[in-house]
Design a protein around this ligand. Structure first.
Ligand code: SF4
Ligand code: SF4
Length: 472
């Protein structure tokens, strides 16, 4: 029985409820009256239920679809202005005991190079990341209790936060590791992580079990209830995601929104972020063997519908996607992107030798961070290296209530500009710096409060004179 408040995965992701939702959406895909009423509700910017959003995703009326895209773009502007938060993944280890059929790190892959960063390697990797200008990382590691125990992850986080190279610092470490116990989540919380991220891969239980034939990850309920345990362990910023291409996208979409509704119903705070990866080619993985791949237009529609359904949730896209796809999706709702990513274990400090490749998937966007930052600015976006909320204790429901009141805008815009200024001073090429200085001058005018603007202006001068790390 469907119950969003239940702590049982098969009740908050109820298969029959998803099937009924899909049937309802299919039956109403050309119901102009219903679609208009859903769009009107969406315009209130309070979000939509999974059923309502599923009707929009199924909608086949071109004029309504256009209206939907315009609304997604407007919501994006209202909540995020033109800011795009930057981050990079850091792969700690690709040892893994699971048998996920879509990932080259599955334990049966005997020819991929297996690597695990030592603490000295981490210092080298993080120094290289700091030298690019990154301030926010997402840690990645396979599941392996022997090679990657929680103590290793905790020690690595401590190392990362301790590295201060020139003006560099990693100020927020998000963590993407396998589902674990409440006790381990508590340890991660105590280590000062930002968001705990775990992709569901697929919400379809039967498919999930086939795609994860062996290893601890085979247990669908344990995996799906991970965010509940994370919240019980005191982590209140969690990041959801599915791997599009494994199952029917409409099923995943409904499941994803039901998961968000569950977190809201059971803990009073929805997901901090949603990621939308699509399956990609990798070492021994051919994406064409999965039947449910989605084209770029469908992908754009999914992003727009998520934006409308959960306006307060950040949306992340990685370098799995090409420059042109990223460009399109930025308009429709993406608020965070990675730049200059390496998806191998140890690829930042030096290139991996040809015969020792350890990448998780092929990167489609290979530009440097400087190129990505300039590209964003040339399109009118503000690349932001802001990590202020988590460091000011604005997490979970505190963060969400600030978002919902709109007051967060008073922080985001000046913080984005101050962190961009730091980036320009410390890491940018002369050309990028020139574009950035012009952008900062223009965008300071959009800081609504006179008082905040005056303080931010003063701080920009201080940054120019060598001081760092200001925040609202
Ligand atoms: S997806 Fe994660 S758990 Fe599965 S094989 Fe890859 S690294 Fe291991
Ligand atoms: S102020 Fe908070 S919400 Fe805004 S960009 Fe910074 S960390 Fe994100």
């Amino acid at each position: 029985m469907y119950n969003p408040k239940s702590h049982n995965a098969t009740e908050f992701i109820d298969h029959d409820e998803i099937l009924e939702t899909l049937a309802y959406a299919e039956a109403n895909k050309a119901n102009a009256e219903l679609i208009d009423s859903i769009l009107e509700k969406a315009e209130l910017r309070k979000g939509l239920t999974h059923r309502e959003a599923s009707v929009l995703l199924a909608c086949e009326l071109p004029d309504r679809t256009e209206r939907m895209y315009r609304l997604a773009e407007q919501i994006k502007k209202d909540f995020y202005g033109s800011r795009i938060v930057m981050f990079a993944p850091l792969y700690l280890s690709n040892y893994c005991v699971n048998g996920c059929v879509y990932c080259p790190y599955h334990y049966q892959n005997k020819h991929i190079a297996r690597k695990k960063l030592s603490q000295e390697d981490i210092v080298r990797e993080v120094t290289a990341l700091q030298d690019m200008g990154h301030k926010r990382l997402a840690l990645e590691a396979g599941e392996d209790p022997v090679n990657n125990p929680i103590e290793y992850i905790l020690e690595s986080i401590k190392t990362i936060y301790s590295i201060k190279h020139k003006n560099g610092a990693i100020r927020r470490v998000n963590v993407n590791i396998a589902a674990t116990t409440v006790e381990n989540y508590r340890k991660l919380r105590d280590a000062g992580i930002g968001t705990y991220i775990l992709f569901q891969e697929t919400y379809h239980k039967e498919s999930y079990e086939k795609l994860h034939p062996t290893g601890p990850k085979h247990n669908y309920c344990y995996h799906t209830e991970a965010m509940d345990r994370a919240m019980q362990g005191g982590i209140d910023d969690v990041g959801l995601g599915v791997l599009f291409g494994l199952e029917l996208y409409r099923y995943e979409f409904a499941g994803l929104l039901m998961h968000a509704e569950h977190l809201e119903a059971a803990y009073g705070v929805g997901p901090h972020t949603i990621s939308v990866p699509r399956i990609k080619r990798a070492d021994d993985i051919d994406p064409n063997v999965f039947d449910n791949g989605i084209d770029d237009d469908t992908f754009a529609k999914i992003v727009a519908c998520i934006r409308i359904a959960v306006p307060y949730t950040g949306m992340i896209i990685s370098t799995r996607e090409s420059k042109s796809v990223r460009e399109r999706l930025l308009h429709l709702g993406i608020s965070q992107i990675s730049g200059a990513s390496k998806t191998s274990v140890g690829g930042y400090a030096e290139d991996e030798p040809e015969d020792e490749k350890s990448e998780q998937f092929d990167v489609s966007d290979n530009r440097t961070l400087d190129e990505v930052v300039r590209w964003l600015m040339e399109q009118g976006y503000i690349p932001s290296f802001c990590t202020a909320c988590y460091r000011e204790g604005r997490t979970g429901d505190r963060f969400m209530s600030l978002c919902k009141s709109g007051q967060i805008q008073n922080c985001c815009q000046p913080n984005a500009l101050m962190t961009l200024k730091e980036y320009l001073m410390d890491y940018a090429s002369p050309k990028t710096r020139e574009v950035g200085e012009r952008l900062i001058e223009e965008e300071m005018k959009n800081v609504a409060s006179d008082k905040v603007r005056a303080i931010a202006e003063d701080r920009l001068v201080k940054i120019e004179n060598g001081e760092r790390d200001f925040r609202f």
